[in-house]
Write a protein that binds this ligand. Structure first.
Ligand code: TMP
Length: 209
């Protein structure tokens, strides 16, 4: 049996990651590939508790926050992601390591070496096979998040912060072009869905069929 593939969605707030993750899972299931959708922070009881904790009372120290995200990720990998991949199920995660690299690394200035070391202990060797980065100008993403009433604590921050986050994701897409595909989040939902499907076909389905 072939091991499952690991796909992540990344991008700023309001870019449509959750919707696209769900649509992609339906498409994969439609062609007979068992798929689960999960999210970070979250995905396990411990992870969901960490999520509630972080999003409610933001830690004052960025290191506290990084370690909480890392703890939730270790649990997520061991309890959910690895077992699923091992049994041939594909895994789609709404946010993963690139969110840490951008939010804790670029925004909060924590050292990339520290973040990479934590990835080695939590994620390696099961890094994502494909990362879909949904790109949207900061003001638009904020407006969308506001409309749907899901403003996270980061949404309340200034537009410059969101623009910085966007740049962080763009840099990651450029530096990791073998793993990442940048998708224009401006497009209508159905067009984004098509672009996502093209990327999955090109990167992952060619090798399994
Ligand atoms: P979201 O589920 O609405 O995307 O909210 C999760 C928030 O947590 C979002 O603002 C990004 C942030 N986050 C980090 O700062 N670091 C991480 O590693 C992850 C997974 C999320």
């Amino acid at each position: 049996m072939q091991r499952g593939k690991f796909i992540t969605f990344e991008g700023g707030e309001g870019a449509g990651k959750s919707t696209q993750a769900k649509h992609l899972a339906e498409r994969l299931e439609g062609i007979g590939i068992p798929t689960i959708v999960t999210r970070e922070p979250g995905g396990t009881p411990v992870g969901e508790d960490v999520r509630a904790l972080i999003l409610k009372d933001r830690p004052q120290d960025p290191v506290t926050e990084l370690l909480l995200f890392a703890a939730a990720r270790a649990e997520h990998m061991t309890a959910v992601i690895r077992p699923a991949l091992d049994e041939g199920t594909w895994v789609i995660s709404d946010r993963f390591i690139d969110s840490t690299r951008v939010y804790q690394g670029k925004l909060y200035g924590l050292e990339p070496e520290f973040i990479t070391m934590l990835e080695r202990y939590t994620v390696a060797p099961d890094y994502p096979n494909l990362t879909l980065i949904l790109d949207l100008p900061a003001d638009e993403g904020m407006a969308r998040a506001e409309t749907r009433g899901t403003l996270s604590r980061y949404d309340a921050q200034r537009i410059e912060t969101h623009e910085l986050l966007r740049q962080g994701f763009l840099e990651i897409a450029e530096r990791n072009s073998e793993r990442c595909v940048l998708i224009d989040g401006h497009l209508p939902v159905a067009s984004v869905e098509t672009a996502v499907w093209q990327a999955v076909k090109a990167h992952l389905l060619a090798e399994v069929s």
